[in-house]
Ligand binder design. Structure first.
Ligand SMILES: [Fe+2]
Length: 220
């Protein structure tokens, strides 16, 4: 279960995110969830070096900061999703970044990209007409997301799909939207492999990395 339950790091997982088991103990520290693939599995698109920093340093730092910040607070024994929904300021920022990054790792896979099929494809076509038009809209949104943040494909309460930008640690967990797929557009996500070329990073994500099986599982 990716990061949903404290002290129970994920292995290679498939199925709906976050594979949450609320019956598990919650009196241990949050841990960095395992990646769903090896650190070099997305190369040459995203390098092992990027994972060593983005996952090994940045994602780990959010976990460490969260554990330090919640000690002795009302959040100490809550599962991650509940902390994100209830906290503010530093605790929210670190908790949301832990969740967002785990969701992002699952939003990619080796030999990803391509197009969704089935009900998700139908929903995308209903919204944008064609998958190409969706890609154009997603790219425009991600490239135009000013500063640091996240761009999401979401399922709205009415069952339709949409593209949503959040800033900084902003997350769909605190809105009525269900996350289907996300891209991290903080500069630390792409600077080692793409330098300042965010458009190339977004293009690579859509063409070679996006995990449409994961998105379809979330949509179902
Ligand atoms: Fe990040």
């Amino acid at each position: 279960m990716p990061s949903g339950v404290r002290g129970h790091p994920v292995g290679v997982q498939s199925g709906p995110f976050p594979l949450h088991d609320p019956t598990k103990e919650t009196d241990v520290e949050h841990t960095l969830p395992a990646l769903p693939y090896a650190m070099d599995a997305l190369a040459p698109h995203i390098s092992k070096e990027t994972f060593e920093f983005h996952y090994g340093k940045h994602h780990q730092a959010y976990v460490t900061n969260l554990n330090n910040l919640i000690k002795g607070t009302e959040f100490e024994n809550l599962v991650l999703e509940d902390i994100v929904r209830k906290a503010s300021a530093g605790i929210f920022n670190n908790a949301a970044q832990v969740w967002n990054h785990t969701f992002f790792w699952h939003s990619m896979k080796p030999s990803g990209g391509g197009e969704p099929t089935g009900a998700l494809a139908a929903a995308i076509n209903a919204k944008w007409g064609t998958f190409a038009a969706f890609k154009e809209a997603f790219t425009k949104s991600a490239v135009g997301n000013f500063g640091s943040g996240w761009t999401w494909l979401v399922k709205k309460a009415d069952g339709s799909v949409d593209i949503v930008n959040t800033s900084n640690a902003g997350t769909t967990l605190t809105s009525g939207d269900k996350a289907l797929l996300t891209i991290d557009v903080w500069e630390h996500a792409y600077y080692i492999d793409f330098r300042n070329a965010r458009p190339k990073f977004v293009e690579t994500f859509l063409n070679s990395l996006a995990n449409w099986d994961f998105a379809a599982g979330n949509f179902a």
